[in-house]
Design a protein around this ligand. Structure first.
Ligand SMILES: [Fe+2]
Length: 375
């Protein structure tokens, strides 16, 4: 039996107040949870979310998210909601849409507009949302944002992404329906799937992982690895497992933290404007190699090797690294990163919040080596 490194004596808490419905067809229950006026948040294509919008009938306002949320995009959406006594926010889309919905549910009706100093937000507002119900329906299998209490926003003046955190950001309901995900373009399926895999591995190896989070990640990681291979080929049979892997990763990271790949991705995403999942996928193997020997890393590497057979004379992660390259996942240089900029990116990545929970403390030189390996 492989050991997962569970320590049964360390005290821990479990925090997941979201009512979750999982499975094909679970989105059909949406109208049961809605009180009007309702606003609907969706992505720019609408391909997956338009049928969900059609279930609602009368919608007071539709907010379209063109990209990852920022202070400006949230304030523009709040302006559009002025004069609407919002009772329900339905967010149907990828992580950016769900994060936008979370912030709107907290701030709608408050009269507040965001500044780049999130410390100015009334803590009481972030801990208890006033009368606005939030329902999240993910259309990508990756972020797990439907079960987390933070929203990631681009903060251009700081050159990074920062989270707004608080219990008020937990959705009331998450309807996790694999049928909403099955039409994702191949690149979205790849990026989101790599995000879910990275979240499972980083949550599993995090220094604040718990028996609860490790039970989730240990079960879901092999499911995720197998499903990722399947869904990028266009085979819809993998979507239920991918959807579960994403949901499990969200519950696990909310209760157990992440690691250096997410710390660096937060910095790179803001600096390069690159998709979060693509960055996570590009950073995952170099970070796991840097974490070699830390608790849980060997277990995850063995699970990776069981699905992605190592290349000749390669380590346990070499098969996954080769598969990622074969999928055409961009390298950091493809997003505009250069060798000259790596020391500063390494410094910023080392102090990012996710990095503080990495499996093992890493030096700035190691962060730079990780970036070089992904360049
Ligand atoms: Fe992520």
């Amino acid at each position: 039996m492989r050991r997962c490194g569970i320590d049964p004596v360390t005290p821990f808490a479990i925090d997941c107040p979201v009512q979750i419905a999982f499975g094909a067809g679970s989105a059909a229950a949406l109208p049961d949870f809605v009180q009007h006026p309702v606003i609907f948040v969706q992505g720019s294509s609408g391909a997956a979310s338009d049928p969900v919008l059609a279930m609602l009938g009368d919608v007071a306002q539709v907010i379209r998210c063109a990209g990852e949320p920022s202070v400006a995009s949230i304030n523009a959406a709040l302006d559009a909601l002025d004069g609407i006594a919002v009772q329900t926010v339905v967010a149907c889309g990828g992580g950016s849409v769900l994060d936008t919905g979370k912030v709107l549910a907290v701030l709608a009706g408050s009269g507040m507009r965001l500044t780049e100093d999130f410390g100015q937000i009334d803590p009481a507002l972030l801990e208890r949302r006033a009368n606005v119900r939030l329902i999240a329906l993910p259309t990508t299998a990756g972020t797990g944002a439907e079960v987390t209490k933070n929203a990631v926003l681009d903060v251009p003046s700081l050159g990074t992404k920062l989270s707004i955190r608080g219990r008020a950001l937990f959705p009331d309901h998450a309807l996790v329906d694999p049928d909403l995900m099955a039409g994702a373009p191949r690149s979205v399926a790849l990026h989101a799937g790599l995000d879910a895999v990275t979240q499972l591995i980083e949550a599993h190896t995090s220094v604040v992982a718990t028996p609860f989070t490790r039970a989730l990640t240990a079960q879901a990681l092999p499911e995720a690895l197998g499903a990722l291979r399947t869904v990028v080929t266009g085979d819809v049979a993998g979507w239920p497992a991918m959807a579960w892997a994403s949901l499990a990763s969200g519950v696990a990271l909310a209760n157990g933290g992440l690691g250096a790949a997410h710390g660096l991705a937060a910095v790179l995403g803001a600096r390069l404007g690159a998709p979060h999942g693509a960055l996570c996928g590009r950073l995952l193997v170099p970070v796991m190699r840097a974490n070699a020997g830390a608790r849980g890393v060997e277990h995850c590497a063995a699970e990776v090797a069981a699905v992605f057979a190592p290349v000749e004379n390669g380590d346990a992660l070499s098969g996954l690294a080769a598969w990622i390259d074969a999928q055409g996942l961009p390298r950091l240089a493809d997003f505009g990163a250069t060798g000259d900029g790596l020391p500063e990116l390494a410094r910023l990545g080392s102090v990012a919040s996710s990095s503080q929970k990495n499996a093992v403390p890493l030096s700035i030189e190691t962060y730079e080596a990780i970036l070089k390996a992904a360049l």
